[in-house]
Design a protein around this ligand. Structure first.
Ligand SMILES: *[C@@H]1O[C@H](CO)[C@@H](O)[C@H](O)[C@H]1NC(C)=O
Ligand SMILES: *[C@@H]1O[C@H](CO)[C@@H](O)[C@H](O)[C@H]1NC(C)=O
Ligand SMILES: *[C@@H]1O[C@H](CO)[C@@H](O)[C@H](O)[C@H]1NC(C)=O
Ligand SMILES: *[C@@H]1O[C@H](CO)[C@@H](O)[C@H](O)[C@H]1NC(C)=O
Ligand SMILES: *[C@@H]1O[C@H](CO)[C@@H](O)[C@H](O)[C@H]1NC(C)=O
Length: 293
């Protein structure tokens, strides 16, 4: 009996470190009261990874309180075996998103958080860090934007955690063909099975971009969040027959080799995932995610 228990625990731990699956969105904001968020509470039972936005102010502050909040969260969730995928972004305490500050402040902040993400190694598992700074992308990038992006990614890579870029076109411009950096797709299935995920990749030559994404990010801790409100939005997420069908989300996950996805967005997706009467479909989605590294 005891042996069996140990084996079960061993399998669970191995499983937890090898796969991510459904992630749970949380956010902590500099200047706000994050005490409720950083306190441990059980996640939805199909999820054991947080997708965490860390929102900081763009004014060159030292970020002492938000860093302490993040460390407390890492301690509280890490000791329950929960992993975290962090993304730092800029915004004000009133919730308004802010644009990135000038390069010297930006790079100071990236270095600060890179060392925090290094510090928490051993406290909490970090499957991947999303390099979420810089709003323009792809063809809209200036050479200056690209120069900053590569510095950001290289600084985050120094943590020895995996790093994800938001846009395949940025990836190609900076790390052409390399699996040393993966991707985070913030708009999965926006246009359904044949879509371009809200403009995540250019709409021309779709298959070339799919091939590129699979080459660099497939089975490489590639993940993201579904969406229904960007460029090519046309898929109805409340159509569970389509969502659970042969050209539904599980098939899409397997085509792109996606390893994690927030389960709680868009709303009809959350309702599906949480609905015990839909467990056949949800089990298939979860199994698809967990079949990829
Ligand atoms: C997970 O939670 C749901 C309700 O949200 C419940 O119906 C289900 O039985 C739970 N599963 C396990 C394995 O605890
Ligand atoms: C939020 O705060 C920022 C910085 O103080 C300010 O510029 C902005 O106008 C505020 N936004 C709202 C909606 O109050
Ligand atoms: C990326 O690499 C491929 C294959 O080596 C090459 O054909 C392509 O021109 C490169 N693209 C860029 C943007 O560097
Ligand atoms: C996707 O495209 C393929 C090939 O053009 C087509 O056969 C299929 O019906 C499309 N699927 C959807 C859901 O639009
Ligand atoms: C996915 O990656 C893992 C190791 O990271 C490897 O063992 C597995 O074979 C890969 N799957 C496929 C289908 O390539």
């Amino acid at each position: 009996m005891k042996l069996l228990k140990c084996l079960v625990l061993g399998i669970v731990l191995q499983h937890a470190s090898a796969t991510v699956g459904f992630t749970t969105y949380k956010e902590i904001d500099e200047g706000a009261d994050n005490s409720g968020t950083i306190l441990y509470s059980d996640l939805f039972n199909r999820s054991s990874t947080l997708f965490l936005y860390i929102q900081i102010t763009p004014d060159g502050a030292e970020h002492t309180d938000i860093i302490n909040d993040f460390k407390t969260l890492a301690q509280n969730y890490g000791q329950h075996g929960v992993s975290v995928i962090p993304r730092v972004r800029y915004g004000w305490p009133n919730g308004t998103i802010a644009t990135e500050p000038e390069e010297s402040i930006l790079m100071d902040d990236v270095s600060t958080f890179a060392s925090i993400f290094t510090d928490v190694t051993g406290t909490i598992n970090i499957p991947v860090i999303q390099a979420g700074y810089c709003q323009s992308h792809g063809s809209a990038d200036t050479p200056e934007d690209l120069a900053i992006k590569i510095k950001i990614v290289n600084t985050l890579l120094s943590t020895s955690h995996k790093v994800a870029l938001r846009y395949p076109s940025d990836h190609q411009a900076l790390f052409n063909g390399s699996r040393s950096v993966t991707l985070h797709d913030d708009c999965i299935f926006d246009g359904g099975f044949n879509g371009t995920d809200g403009g995540t990749w250019p709409s021309g030559d779709r298959q070339t971009w799919i091939d590129y994404i699979v080459q660099v990010a497939g089975n490489n801790t590639f993940g993201g969040e579904g969406c229904n409100d960007a460029g090519d939005a046309m898929f109805d997420w409340s159509d569970y027959t389509a969502l659970c069908g042969g050209e539904g989300i599980a098939a899409y996950i397997n085509t792109l080799q996606i390893a994690y996805m927030n389960y709680d967005y868009p709303q009809p997706y959350e309702e599906l995932i949480e609905d015990p009467s839909q467990s056949t479909c949800v089990d298939a989605i979860q199994a698809a995610l967990e079949s990829w590294n």
